[in-house]
Design a protein around this ligand. Structure first.
Ligand code: DGJ
Length: 332
Protein backbone atom coordinates (compact mmCIF):
# COMPACT_ATOMS: atom_id res chain seq x y z
CA UNK A 1 0.00 0.00 0.00
CA UNK A 2 2.75 2.38 1.07
CA UNK A 3 4.82 1.49 -1.98
CA UNK A 4 1.86 2.09 -4.22
CA UNK A 5 1.26 5.51 -2.66
CA UNK A 6 4.94 6.47 -3.01
CA UNK A 7 4.85 5.38 -6.67
CA UNK A 8 1.83 7.59 -7.43
CA UNK A 9 3.31 10.57 -5.57
CA UNK A 10 6.51 10.20 -7.59
CA UNK A 11 4.62 9.80 -10.85
CA UNK A 12 2.57 12.93 -10.08
CA UNK A 13 5.79 14.85 -9.34
CA UNK A 14 7.39 13.73 -12.60
CA UNK A 15 4.29 14.74 -14.59
CA UNK A 16 4.15 18.21 -12.98
CA UNK A 17 7.89 18.71 -13.67
CA UNK A 18 7.55 17.57 -17.29
CA UNK A 19 4.59 19.83 -17.95
CA UNK A 20 6.37 22.84 -16.39
CA UNK A 21 9.37 22.14 -18.62
CA UNK A 22 7.09 21.95 -21.63
CA UNK A 23 5.61 25.36 -20.80
CA UNK A 24 8.86 27.16 -20.33
CA UNK A 25 11.23 25.65 -22.84
CA UNK A 26 9.56 23.58 -25.49
CA UNK A 27 12.33 23.20 -28.11
CA UNK A 28 10.05 24.22 -30.98
CA UNK A 29 9.44 27.62 -29.42
CA UNK A 30 13.11 28.37 -28.85
CA UNK A 31 13.51 29.87 -32.28
CA UNK A 32 12.67 33.07 -34.07
CA UNK A 33 10.48 32.73 -37.15
CA UNK A 34 10.74 36.12 -38.92
CA UNK A 35 7.48 37.36 -40.48
CA UNK A 36 5.44 34.45 -39.09
CA UNK A 37 2.62 34.74 -36.54
CA UNK A 38 4.12 35.13 -33.04
CA UNK A 39 1.95 34.23 -30.04
CA UNK A 40 2.45 35.24 -26.43
CA UNK A 41 2.46 32.66 -23.61
CA UNK A 42 -1.34 32.85 -23.39
CA UNK A 43 -1.68 31.91 -27.05
CA UNK A 44 -2.68 35.38 -28.26
CA UNK A 45 -0.93 37.07 -31.17
CA UNK A 46 1.62 39.60 -29.87
CA UNK A 47 0.34 43.13 -30.46
CA UNK A 48 3.38 45.43 -30.02
CA UNK A 49 4.22 47.21 -33.26
CA UNK A 50 6.81 49.90 -33.96
CA UNK A 51 8.29 48.71 -30.69
CA UNK A 52 11.45 48.68 -28.68
CA UNK A 53 12.92 46.66 -25.83
CA UNK A 54 14.25 47.60 -22.39
CA UNK A 55 16.28 45.12 -20.35
CA UNK A 56 15.67 45.49 -16.63
CA UNK A 57 16.58 43.20 -13.72
CA UNK A 58 16.96 39.99 -15.69
CA UNK A 59 14.00 40.49 -17.99
CA UNK A 60 13.40 42.02 -21.37
CA UNK A 61 10.35 44.30 -21.70
CA UNK A 62 8.93 44.74 -25.19
CA UNK A 63 6.85 47.92 -25.61
CA UNK A 64 4.89 48.49 -28.80
CA UNK A 65 1.81 49.96 -30.38
CA UNK A 66 -1.42 48.17 -29.53
CA UNK A 67 -3.35 48.23 -32.79
CA UNK A 68 -6.90 47.41 -33.74
CA UNK A 69 -7.66 46.91 -37.40
CA UNK A 70 -6.59 50.51 -37.92
CA UNK A 71 -7.08 52.14 -34.54
CA UNK A 72 -4.26 53.10 -32.23
CA UNK A 73 -5.22 51.66 -28.82
CA UNK A 74 -2.26 52.60 -26.62
CA UNK A 75 1.03 50.94 -25.74
CA UNK A 76 1.27 47.25 -24.84
CA UNK A 77 4.08 45.68 -22.83
CA UNK A 78 5.30 42.06 -22.75
CA UNK A 79 8.12 40.51 -20.72
CA UNK A 80 10.53 37.67 -21.38
CA UNK A 81 13.66 36.12 -19.93
CA UNK A 82 14.78 34.42 -23.14
CA UNK A 83 13.46 36.65 -25.99
CA UNK A 84 11.45 33.78 -27.52
CA UNK A 85 8.60 33.46 -25.02
CA UNK A 86 6.65 36.58 -24.10
CA UNK A 87 4.21 37.12 -21.27
CA UNK A 88 1.60 39.82 -21.77
CA UNK A 89 2.00 42.37 -18.94
CA UNK A 90 -0.87 44.66 -19.96
CA UNK A 91 -1.54 48.06 -21.43
CA UNK A 92 1.39 50.22 -20.28
CA UNK A 93 -0.22 53.45 -21.50
CA UNK A 94 -3.90 53.80 -22.35
CA UNK A 95 -5.43 56.58 -24.42
CA UNK A 96 -7.38 59.00 -22.22
CA UNK A 97 -11.18 59.10 -21.84
CA UNK A 98 -10.85 62.88 -21.39
CA UNK A 99 -11.63 64.44 -24.78
CA UNK A 100 -9.47 67.46 -23.88
CA UNK A 101 -6.32 65.40 -23.34
CA UNK A 102 -3.52 65.32 -25.93
CA UNK A 103 -3.83 61.54 -25.80
CA UNK A 104 -7.65 61.45 -26.04
CA UNK A 105 -9.03 58.22 -27.51
CA UNK A 106 -8.67 58.49 -31.29
CA UNK A 107 -5.17 59.97 -31.13
CA UNK A 108 -2.26 58.08 -32.74
CA UNK A 109 0.48 56.73 -30.49
CA UNK A 110 3.33 55.35 -32.57
CA UNK A 111 6.83 53.92 -32.06
CA UNK A 112 6.88 53.94 -28.22
CA UNK A 113 10.28 53.49 -26.56
CA UNK A 114 11.08 53.21 -22.84
CA UNK A 115 14.35 53.96 -21.05
CA UNK A 116 15.26 53.84 -17.36
CA UNK A 117 16.63 56.86 -15.55
CA UNK A 118 19.13 55.75 -12.87
CA UNK A 119 19.04 59.14 -11.10
CA UNK A 120 15.27 59.58 -10.78
CA UNK A 121 14.55 55.81 -10.78
CA UNK A 122 11.71 56.44 -13.21
CA UNK A 123 10.88 54.58 -16.38
CA UNK A 124 10.43 57.13 -19.14
CA UNK A 125 8.41 56.48 -22.29
CA UNK A 126 8.61 58.61 -25.42
CA UNK A 127 6.38 58.12 -28.45
CA UNK A 128 5.24 59.83 -31.63
CA UNK A 129 1.87 61.46 -31.00
CA UNK A 130 -0.71 62.64 -33.50
CA UNK A 131 -3.74 64.46 -32.13
CA UNK A 132 -7.21 63.03 -32.69
CA UNK A 133 -8.73 63.92 -36.05
CA UNK A 134 -5.67 65.79 -37.33
CA UNK A 135 -4.05 63.09 -39.47
CA UNK A 136 -0.27 63.33 -39.21
CA UNK A 137 -0.17 67.12 -39.00
CA UNK A 138 0.54 67.60 -35.28
CA UNK A 139 3.93 65.81 -35.56
CA UNK A 140 4.68 65.80 -31.84
CA UNK A 141 6.80 63.85 -29.40
CA UNK A 142 5.11 62.79 -26.17
CA UNK A 143 6.41 61.67 -22.77
CA UNK A 144 4.98 59.45 -20.03
CA UNK A 145 6.53 58.09 -16.80
CA UNK A 146 6.13 55.25 -14.35
CA UNK A 147 7.77 53.95 -11.17
CA UNK A 148 7.36 50.39 -12.44
CA UNK A 149 8.68 49.08 -15.68
CA UNK A 150 5.39 47.48 -16.76
CA UNK A 151 3.42 50.66 -15.93
CA UNK A 152 0.81 51.96 -15.90
CA UNK A 153 2.53 55.05 -17.31
CA UNK A 154 1.29 58.57 -16.58
CA UNK A 155 1.17 60.91 -19.56
CA UNK A 156 3.14 64.12 -18.91
CA UNK A 157 3.22 66.30 -22.02
CA UNK A 158 3.51 66.49 -25.78
CA UNK A 159 5.44 69.02 -27.84
CA UNK A 160 7.51 69.69 -30.95
CA UNK A 161 11.11 69.36 -29.74
CA UNK A 162 12.70 72.81 -29.92
CA UNK A 163 9.82 73.76 -32.22
CA UNK A 164 10.67 71.05 -34.78
CA UNK A 165 8.12 68.64 -36.26
CA UNK A 166 8.65 65.17 -34.79
CA UNK A 167 7.27 61.96 -36.30
CA UNK A 168 9.07 58.57 -36.39
CA UNK A 169 11.46 58.39 -33.46
CA UNK A 170 13.70 56.36 -31.24
CA UNK A 171 15.63 56.83 -28.00
CA UNK A 172 19.23 55.96 -27.29
CA UNK A 173 21.07 55.89 -23.94
CA UNK A 174 24.83 56.17 -24.27
CA UNK A 175 27.40 54.53 -21.97
CA UNK A 176 27.68 57.69 -19.84
CA UNK A 177 23.92 57.73 -19.14
CA UNK A 178 23.13 60.64 -21.46
CA UNK A 179 19.99 59.99 -23.49
CA UNK A 180 18.99 61.11 -26.98
CA UNK A 181 15.85 61.47 -29.07
CA UNK A 182 16.34 60.68 -32.75
CA UNK A 183 13.45 61.96 -34.86
CA UNK A 184 12.16 62.60 -38.37
CA UNK A 185 11.43 66.28 -38.83
CA UNK A 186 10.48 68.93 -41.42
CA UNK A 187 7.84 66.72 -43.13
CA UNK A 188 10.25 63.76 -42.74
CA UNK A 189 12.91 65.43 -44.88
CA UNK A 190 15.32 65.73 -41.94
CA UNK A 191 16.55 63.29 -39.37
CA UNK A 192 17.52 65.08 -36.15
CA UNK A 193 18.97 64.21 -32.76
CA UNK A 194 18.40 66.01 -29.46
CA UNK A 195 20.12 65.28 -26.16
CA UNK A 196 17.59 64.89 -23.34
CA UNK A 197 17.62 66.65 -19.97
CA UNK A 198 19.15 64.64 -17.10
CA UNK A 199 15.68 63.42 -16.05
CA UNK A 200 15.01 62.32 -19.68
CA UNK A 201 11.68 64.21 -19.67
CA UNK A 202 12.47 67.03 -22.14
CA UNK A 203 14.81 67.71 -25.04
CA UNK A 204 17.72 70.09 -24.41
CA UNK A 205 18.60 72.64 -27.06
CA UNK A 206 21.57 70.50 -28.03
CA UNK A 207 19.52 69.48 -31.04
CA UNK A 208 20.97 69.11 -34.50
CA UNK A 209 20.43 67.81 -38.01
CA UNK A 210 21.89 64.36 -38.74
CA UNK A 211 21.15 64.44 -42.44
CA UNK A 212 18.49 65.58 -44.90
CA UNK A 213 17.69 62.45 -46.90
CA UNK A 214 13.98 61.88 -46.24
CA UNK A 215 14.40 58.94 -43.88
CA UNK A 216 12.29 57.54 -41.04
CA UNK A 217 12.06 54.51 -38.68
CA UNK A 218 15.47 55.24 -37.05
CA UNK A 219 17.19 52.44 -35.08
CA UNK A 220 20.53 53.33 -33.49
CA UNK A 221 23.17 51.17 -31.81
CA UNK A 222 26.81 51.32 -30.79
CA UNK A 223 29.40 48.70 -31.69
CA UNK A 224 33.06 49.06 -30.71
CA UNK A 225 32.82 52.82 -30.05
CA UNK A 226 31.14 53.54 -33.39
CA UNK A 227 27.49 54.51 -33.85
CA UNK A 228 25.30 52.73 -36.41
CA UNK A 229 21.96 54.02 -37.59
CA UNK A 230 19.49 52.05 -39.71
CA UNK A 231 16.62 53.95 -41.30
CA UNK A 232 13.91 53.39 -43.91
CA UNK A 233 12.62 55.54 -46.74
CA UNK A 234 9.25 57.29 -46.41
CA UNK A 235 6.60 55.23 -48.25
CA UNK A 236 3.80 54.99 -45.68
CA UNK A 237 3.16 51.37 -44.66
CA UNK A 238 4.81 49.98 -47.81
CA UNK A 239 8.32 48.52 -47.47
CA UNK A 240 11.33 50.17 -49.08
CA UNK A 241 15.11 50.02 -49.04
CA UNK A 242 16.85 50.42 -45.69
CA UNK A 243 20.06 52.33 -45.30
CA UNK A 244 22.89 52.31 -42.81
CA UNK A 245 24.81 55.38 -41.66
CA UNK A 246 27.79 55.34 -39.30
CA UNK A 247 29.45 58.00 -37.17
CA UNK A 248 32.14 58.38 -34.52
CA UNK A 249 30.02 60.92 -32.66
CA UNK A 250 26.24 61.04 -32.23
CA UNK A 251 26.18 64.57 -33.59
CA UNK A 252 27.99 63.45 -36.72
CA UNK A 253 29.25 63.67 -39.31
CA UNK A 254 27.16 60.66 -40.41
CA UNK A 255 28.42 58.70 -43.38
CA UNK A 256 26.05 56.83 -45.68
CA UNK A 257 27.21 53.21 -46.03
CA UNK A 258 24.33 51.71 -48.04
CA UNK A 259 21.79 48.94 -47.65
CA UNK A 260 22.90 46.36 -45.04
CA UNK A 261 20.19 43.80 -45.95
CA UNK A 262 21.07 40.63 -47.86
CA UNK A 263 18.91 37.90 -49.38
CA UNK A 264 15.47 37.72 -51.00
CA UNK A 265 13.73 41.08 -51.01
CA UNK A 266 16.81 42.73 -49.50
CA UNK A 267 15.93 45.92 -51.40
CA UNK A 268 12.58 45.98 -49.60
CA UNK A 269 13.97 45.18 -46.13
CA UNK A 270 12.37 41.71 -46.53
CA UNK A 271 8.96 43.43 -46.57
CA UNK A 272 9.60 45.16 -43.24
CA UNK A 273 10.57 48.51 -41.75
CA UNK A 274 13.15 49.05 -39.00
CA UNK A 275 12.02 49.79 -35.45
CA UNK A 276 14.87 48.90 -33.05
CA UNK A 277 18.25 47.24 -32.71
CA UNK A 278 18.49 45.22 -29.51
CA UNK A 279 21.82 44.46 -27.78
CA UNK A 280 21.53 40.86 -26.51
CA UNK A 281 22.39 40.68 -22.80
CA UNK A 282 25.45 38.70 -21.84
CA UNK A 283 26.48 38.15 -25.46
CA UNK A 284 29.17 40.61 -26.44
CA UNK A 285 28.79 42.30 -29.83
CA UNK A 286 25.42 40.58 -30.39
CA UNK A 287 22.54 42.65 -31.76
CA UNK A 288 19.09 41.82 -33.09
CA UNK A 289 17.60 43.95 -35.86
CA UNK A 290 13.85 44.36 -35.28
CA UNK A 291 11.41 45.38 -38.00
CA UNK A 292 7.66 45.54 -38.63
CA UNK A 293 6.07 43.91 -41.62
CA UNK A 294 3.03 46.17 -41.73
CA UNK A 295 -0.37 44.99 -42.86
CA UNK A 296 -2.20 48.24 -43.60
CA UNK A 297 -5.53 46.40 -44.10
CA UNK A 298 -5.33 45.08 -40.53
CA UNK A 299 -2.53 46.74 -38.59
CA UNK A 300 -2.88 44.46 -35.56
CA UNK A 301 -1.99 41.55 -37.87
CA UNK A 302 1.34 43.17 -38.84
CA UNK A 303 4.24 40.74 -38.34
CA UNK A 304 7.65 41.02 -36.72
CA UNK A 305 10.97 40.43 -38.43
CA UNK A 306 13.87 39.83 -36.06
CA UNK A 307 17.26 38.99 -37.55
CA UNK A 308 20.82 38.95 -36.19
CA UNK A 309 23.30 41.67 -37.14
CA UNK A 310 26.53 40.34 -38.63
CA UNK A 311 29.79 42.28 -38.51
CA UNK A 312 32.08 41.53 -41.40
CA UNK A 313 35.19 43.55 -40.63
CA UNK A 314 33.79 47.08 -40.69
CA UNK A 315 30.77 45.98 -42.73
CA UNK A 316 27.36 45.37 -41.21
CA UNK A 317 25.11 42.77 -42.82
CA UNK A 318 21.63 41.55 -42.00
CA UNK A 319 20.68 38.39 -43.87
CA UNK A 320 17.28 36.82 -44.25
CA UNK A 321 16.67 33.54 -42.39
CA UNK A 322 13.42 31.57 -42.24
CA UNK A 323 14.26 30.60 -38.68
CA UNK A 324 17.16 30.98 -36.25
CA UNK A 325 18.03 31.07 -32.58
CA UNK A 326 20.48 32.80 -30.27
CA UNK A 327 23.15 30.12 -30.75
CA UNK A 328 23.74 31.88 -34.10
CA UNK A 329 25.79 34.44 -32.14
CA UNK A 330 28.16 31.75 -30.81
CA UNK A 331 28.76 30.36 -34.30
CA UNK A 332 29.34 33.65 -36.14
C1 DGJ B 1 5.58 55.13 -41.71
C2 DGJ B 1 5.98 55.20 -40.27
O1 DGJ B 1 7.23 54.63 -40.13
C3 DGJ B 1 4.97 54.46 -39.40
O2 DGJ B 1 5.35 54.50 -38.08
C4 DGJ B 1 3.62 55.09 -39.64
O3 DGJ B 1 3.66 56.41 -39.19
C5 DGJ B 1 3.27 55.05 -41.11
N1 DGJ B 1 4.30 55.71 -41.88
C6 DGJ B 1 1.96 55.69 -41.41
O4 DGJ B 1 1.72 55.71 -42.79
Amino acid sequence: MNNKRTFFILLFGVLIFASAQGQTSSPASLKFFPAQVWNDLSGNVINAHGGGILYHKGRYYWFGEKRGQHASEGVNVYSSKDLYQWKFEGLALAPSKDAGSDIAEGCLMERPKVIYNQKTRKFVMWFHLELKGKGYSAARAAVAVSDQVQGPYTFLSSFRPNGNMSRDMNLYVDDDGSAYHIYSSDENMDLRIARLTDDYLRPTNQDSLLFRRQREAPALFKYRQKYYLITSGCTGWAPNQASLHTADSLFGPWKLVGNPMEGPQADLTFGGQSTFVLPVQGKKDSFIFMADKWNPKDLRDSRYIWLPVRFDGKDVKISWMDEWNLSWFSKK
